[in-house]
Design a binder for this molecule. Sequence first.
Ligand code: HT7
Ligand code: ZN
Length: 871
Amino acid sequence: DAVVHLRDYRKPAWRVERIELDIDLSVREAIVRSRLTLARDPAQNEVLTLDGEGFALQSLALDGAQLGANDYTWDGRELRMPRARDGSVLESVATLDPSANSALQGLYLSGSDEHGFLVTQCEAQGFRRIAFFPDRPDVLARYTVTLRADRARFPVLLSNGNPAGAGELPDGRHWARWDDPHPKPSYLFALVAGRLESIEEPYVTAEGRAVTLRIYAEPDAIGRCGYAMEALKRAMRWDEEHYGRNYDLDVFHIVATHDFNMGAMENKGLNIFNAKYLLADPARSSDDDYRHVEAIVAHEYFHNWTGNRVTCRDWFQLSLKEGLTVFREQEFSGDMGSHALKRIEDVQLLRRAQFPEDAGPLAHPVRPPSYSAIDNFYTATVYDKGAELIRMIAGRLGRAGWRRGMDEYFRRHDGHAASIEEFLAALGEPNGADLSPYLDWYEQAGTPELRARGDYDAQSKVYTLTLKQHTAPTPGQAHKRALPIPVRLALLGHDGRPLPLRMAGETGGVAERVVELDGASRAFRFLGIEKPRVASLLRGFSAPVRLEAGYTGDDLAFALRHDGDEFNRWDASQQLARLAFDALMRGGGERETAVWADALAPLFDDASLDPALLAELVTPPDVIELTERVTPVDPLAVHAAREALENALALRVGAQAAARHEALARVERGALDGASQNRRRLLNRCLALWMRWQPEAGAEVAATRYVLAAGMTERQAALAQLVLRAAPQAHKALADFEQRYRDDAITLDKWFALQAQIPERDAVERVAALIDHPRFSLRNPNRVHALLRTFAARNLVAFHRADGAGYALMESALERLDRINPTTAARLATALKDWRRLEPDRRERMRRCLERLVAQARSPELTDILRRSLA
Ligand code: HT7
Ligand code: ZN
């Protein structure tokens, strides 16, 4: 497939001022009548070219005259019409079958023929599957949409904008019209039609606009939408208070569907959600689920300004809306709960998903220079590294400067499509700051390694911090530039308190400051320093880099005890665990493991420590992060080393964990407030440690906890412990879970995902059998992620089984999935990207599997991932 390059960007030669859509809906056939009012750029002498694919064309008319076959060409992808003029009106009639659309892009049927409903997904290029259009984000048009359908089968008819009429039609049919006053790109178009129920709340914006908020779901799910509604109101208020951004339509609608390729979609005034990230209730949703719902509801809402009102010039600028909106959501979520915990979670995600992406064959800059399948660029790099870039820029401008810059960005670009250069200029200029050096971060792939060394001269009392950066080559980028790296730091004295930091020419010192490394290497001199103990660097993870500071175990244990920055305190524990893991992989590790465990043990007695933070402090890095540290990877050895780490900690703190578990179990446990959630997080972690310390007694407790769980957070954790530790009670609990939740797909996904992780070789056969489970379907992306993605990403023992059975299972699933849903197939295939890092035998097996797949792949999406992985 053709590669699209950023450098080839040209302004649209044709725009669409208005589009009127009239769509007659049924499960097996939608008749789409569209009327486009065209505007030609006089500076470009281009023939009208529109995108359009996957539908059957019934008729075309230009300026009222029907067109014949000689008046246009359509190769099934592009329509070319030499006769179109500036101001021409193009009318088309096309038909398509939503029930045959398993790719879930464009207009598709969610659910069964009989009970399902119709829904659209247009980002990135789904609109062209509905009607002819310049399907690119810099063509903003005004939409009027009329929907017609059988009233009994499709009582609810929704589209973007404000309601503009509704009425009856003959034969039990009806219509509804929607008018969107805000010009928008085609990727933000949406429609929904079906038998849905709704909940409703009034909302008055800070500017005084009365808005009706409605959430729609299928009848059996509508009772689980209340939490999302509350989260939406919190997000709306937060955006008013923190960015002065108000909502801008009379209605705001959200719809939940079980069939969705991603988390959710920010269509103007009509957000569509994967039900997994919208529905929540205490019996079936864990605390993590609640947090996800709040975060994603907020994320999609925040897009109304960062993405919709100001949209992207082209898809290379995707992070302009995604990185910025992730950042806005992170700050919101921190304000709603704990900034330290939110930061820890976000950095965990970055290290588990983005750092490996940046270090492997699929590495790409936050703004990629080219793509062959845009759907494959909705990545951790564009989203999460993109958010880190915004965080650095916001930090550079300071709170007031950031707000000033964002106000200016909205002032300049509201109603338009913008680029990352324009964004940086709008932020920088009102602050007198040149942010152009940050453009390098957008254009350069790879995670910089930051080396830090501190030297203290007791005589002159000067502490010199030398910082150096290096970024390894990534595909297509052999040579790397030095990037601006803000390092937030403090210097801890022997009593653990920060020492005043003063540089030449300054009077007085501050406890914490930010220095910016703006070249390959630089030394920073701090004066008047009395007896420093250890530098606390990169506080709050002030830049998305790998820090190598040469800390000893003692330094880290000291930081773990004393660092006032909660993130760095947690990171000290992570670094100690990594040192222990490295030593275990070298065949030793007893001493290093003891240093880590000894440093953690006293924390159980610290009553002032937030229980959730304690839970994170006593959790070693994730298996994906640890795998990153080894080449070549022997998956069994990595698994064994992480197990040894966990076991050693349990041996050291098991009694304390058990006691803490019992104390926490006596407190009221079912409530949903933050403090209760934080206690549950520790309760669950203590149970895990207890089970390793005393397998039999621990399993008894877990089995009881499973039955008497105060909500899903406890039930899921107890089940996980029983199953992953192969307790005798596991079988019964698993059967019980299946029975309880067999009719609730989202909850049953927890059951699929858990079994995919069982660290036994025969988990391959178990997963193969689960593919045939009556509740599993390759047609549903949530099921695929729960079972297959979890298996490939998290089960080192079974997925990497020496005989290649795990890879073979994935190969056959991918082959089938490619024919059903290419976006989901391509996402799943990224689990194979790191084949080159494996030990020779497995490397060869996985390479052969990738080569067989690439020879057979049909879709451009899967082909793109496989080719780049093999390159
Ligand atoms: N902006 C949304 C992207 C999205 C998407 C992309 C490709 C294929 C399917 C998709 N569904 C949603 C998600 C977001 O808010 O970031
Ligand atoms: Zn987004």
